[in-house]
Ligand binder design. Structure first.
Ligand code: SF4
Length: 510
C-alpha cells in the first residue's frame, strides 16, 4: 500500500511538528529524518518554484515583498493588496465567471433579485456559459434550464455561450462544447495568474494552468455577475511534492487517488493544494487537469500546478489575452508538505462509497463488475481515451461487460474519430473501441457522471457495480443509490472491462 511523508517546513506558522505516515509500499523505503527531509525539501523546491523558462520570466506581484505561495500571490494581485496571509478576508476581482445549465438559472435569478430586472452583468466578455450537465434528455425541466441560459445570454449579450439547440445530433451545433471544465481549457479561458470562478465544485480543474480556480454557490455567482467581485478567505497551502519517473501503467488519476487516500476527504478542507516535483512537471496539461480536478474530493479550496513550458505551449493557439504567471516564493509558508516517490506507486482504485477508500487495483481482483464507464471532466479527455485504447490494443481481446464511452467535449469526440493511436498502425480510438466491443462513443456531456434524468445515457438505473473514470462514488452518484462505483484511471477501467473484474492494467500493459 502507498504512503507519504509529511514535512512541516521550519518557517510554517501552522506547523504542528513532524508527522510521518506509514511507510509500507510505494513511498520511499528510507523514512526521512526530520533534518534530512527539510534539507532535501528546500533543495528540491527551489527548482520547482523558479522553473527554467527561457521564453517567460516568472512574475512577481509587483509591489509584493512578503514571501507568499502561488495562491496567496494570485489573490493578492486580484485584491490589489501588497501581501496576504492565510485567513485574510479580501474582495477579489474575478477574471472569468463560468456557469452551466444546473446552476445558471438560479444564479441569474439571484442576480436579478439583487440588482434589478433590467440590470446588466458587470462584463459580458468575462462570463462563460456552458450547457453540459443534463443535455441529452427529454426531461422538460432540464431542457427548460438550457432555454433559460439562452434567454439570459441573449438579453445580456454574453460573448461566450456554447449553445445547443438541436438535441437530436450534437454535431449540428458547432457552438456546443460539452463538459464545462474541459471546454474552458480548450476554448482558452484558463490562464496562469488569473482568478476563475464557476458554479461547479470541479472548477478547481483549471488550477492546472497555475491560476486560482474554485467552485462557488449560486448566491456568490449572482453577486459576481453584478459586480465582478467575490469575498474570499485566503486559504493556507498544502504542498505535494511528487518525484520520480511515472511508470507507464499509471496516470494522474492514480496520483490524486493516492493523495486523497492519504489525507482523507476532509484532509484539505478550505486549503489550497499545490502540486510540484519532477513527476508533475512531466505531466501534460490534461493529466494536470485530472490532478487538480479532484482536489475538491479532499475538501480543497483550490489546486494549483505552477505554469511552465507545457502550459505555455498548450495555451499558444488558445488565447491571445496576455497573462502573468506567478510562483511560490522560496520562503513561502506551507501548512504541510507531503512527498511521494511516484516510481513505486501501483494502480489504485477508490472503493464504494468514498473517494478516499483507496485500495490497490490488484487487491480488488475478485470484485466482479457489471459495467465500465469512461467519461467526465476527470476521465473523459482525449488522453484518457487514448490510454483506454492502448489497453484494448495491447490485449487484442473483447470487453466482457458493457463499456460506455462519453467524451467530455465535441473536440474530444472528434479526436476519437481522427487521431491515430500510437503503435496501432494508424487506427483511431473509435476503431479500437469498436473492435473491442465497446459501446459507440456517446454525445459529449456530463452524461451519467452525476446520474441525471432517468433517460440519461449509461445512467445506473439498477444497482450495478461499475468501474468509472469519474470523480465521485457516493451512493446514488451515477443513478441508483445502491450502485457501487469503483473510481479508477482509464487504464484500470479498460483493463477491468476486459476481464469483468477490477483489474490491474499491468495485466495487459506489461
Ligand atoms: S462531468 Fe461530472 S464531475 Fe464533471 S462537471 Fe460534469 S457532473 Fe460534474
Amino acid at each position: 500500500m502507498a504512503s507519504s511523508t509529511v514535512i512541516p517546513p521550519p518557517t510554517a506558522p501552522f506547523a504542528t511538528g513532524k508527522k510521518e505516515f506509514g511507510l509500507s509500499g510505494f513511498c520511499s523505503s528510507q523514512p526521512f529524518s526530520s533534518r534530512k527531509s527539510r534539507k532535501s525539501a528546500s533543495k528540491k523546491i527551489v527548482s520547482v518554484m523558479a522553473p527554467q523558462q527561457a521564453e517567460r520570466r516568472p512574475a512577481t506581484t509587483g509591489s509584493v515583498k512578503n514571501a507568499m505561495t502561488m495562491t496567496e500571490k494570485i489573490l493578492a494581485r486580484a485584491s490589489e493588496k501588497p501581501a496576504l496571509s492565510p485567513g485574510d478576508n479580501v474582495w477579489v476581482d474575478v477574471d472569468v465567471l463560468m456557469t452551466h445549465d444546473v446552476c445558471g438559472p438560479g444564479s441569474f435569478g439571484i442576480f436579478k433579485k439583487e440588482f434589478g430586472e433590467n440590470a446588466k452583468v458587470w462584463d459580458r466578455e468575462k462570463i462563460v456559459i456552458i450547457p453540459d450537465h443534463y443535455i441529452f434528455t427529454s426531461d422538460e425541466r432540464a431542457n427548460r434550464n438550457v432555454d433559460i441560459l439562452r434567454d439570459f445570454c441573449k438579453e445580456q449579450n454574453i460573448k461566450y455561450f456554447y449553445d445547443i439547440k438541436d438535441l437530436s445530433d450534437f454535431k449540428v451545433n458547432p457552438d456546443y462544447k460539452g463538459v464545462c471544465h474541459i471546454a474552458l481549457a480548450q476554448e482558452g479561458h484558463c490562464r496562469p495568474g488569473e482568478v476563475l470562478l464557476g458554479t461547479d465544485s470541479h472548477t478547481c480543474t483549471a488550477g492546472a494552468f497555475g491560476q486560482f480556480a474554485t467552485g462557488i454557490g449560486n448566491t456568490d455567482a449572482g453577486f459576481a455577475l453584478g459586480t465582478g467581485k467575490i469575498l474570499l478567505k485566503v486559504p493556507p497551502t498544502l504542498r505535494f511534492v511528487m518525484e520520480g519517473e511515472m511508470p507507464e501503467y499509471l496516470m494522474a488519476k492514480d496520483l490524486i487517488l493516492q493523495i486523497i487516500g492519504e489525507i482523507s476527504v476532509a484532509g484539505a478542507t478550505y486549503k489550497s493544494m499545490e502540486f510540484v516535483g519532477s513527476t508533475v512537471e512531466s505531466l501534460n496539461m490534461e493529466e494536470r487537469m485530472t490532478l487538480c480536478n479532484m482536489v475538491v474530493e479532499a475538501g480543497g479550496k483550490n489546486g494549483v500546478v505552477p505554469a511552465d513550458s507545457t502550459t505555455f505551449e498548450y495555451l499558444k493557439d488558445k488565447t491571445s489575452k496576455p497573462y502573468e504567471p506567478v510562483y511560490s516564493d522560496e520562503k513561502a509558508r506551507f501548512l504541510s508538505e507531503y512527498r511521494f516517490d511516484i516510481s513505486k506507486l501501483e494502480p489504485l482504485v477508490a472503493k464504494p462509497h468514498s473517494p478516499d477508500k483507496r485500495a490497490l487495483a490488484r487487491e480488488c481482483k475478485d470484485v466482479k463488475i457489471d459495467r465500465v464507464y469512461i467519461g467526465s471532466c476527470t476521465g473523459g479527455k482525449t488522453e484518457d481515451f487514448l490510454a483506454a485504447a492502448k489497453v484494448f490494443l495491447a490485449s487484442g481481446k473483447k470487453v466482457k461487460v458493457p463499456t460506455f464511452l462519453v467524451p467530455a467535449t465535441q473536440k474530444v469526440w472528434l479526436d476519437l474519430y481522427t487521431l491515430p493511436v500510437p503503435g496501432s498502425g494508424g487506427k483511431t480510438c473509435s476503431q479500437i473501441f469498436e473492435e473491442a466491443g465497446c459501446d459507440t462513443p456517446a454525445s459529449p456531456s456530463c452524461g451519467a457522471c452525476l446520474g441525471g434524468p432517468r433517460d440519461t445515457y449509461a445512467r445506473m438505473n439498477e444497482p450495478k457495480v461499475c468501474v468509472s473514470t469519474t470523480n465521485r462514488n457516493f451512493p446514488g452518484r451515477m443513478g441508483h443509490k445502491e450502485g457501487q462505483i469503483y473510481l479508477a484511471s482509464p487504464f484500470t477501467a479498460a483493463a477491468s472491462a476486459l476481464t469483468g473484474y477490477v483489474t490491474d492494467p499491468r495485466d495487459f500493459l506489461q
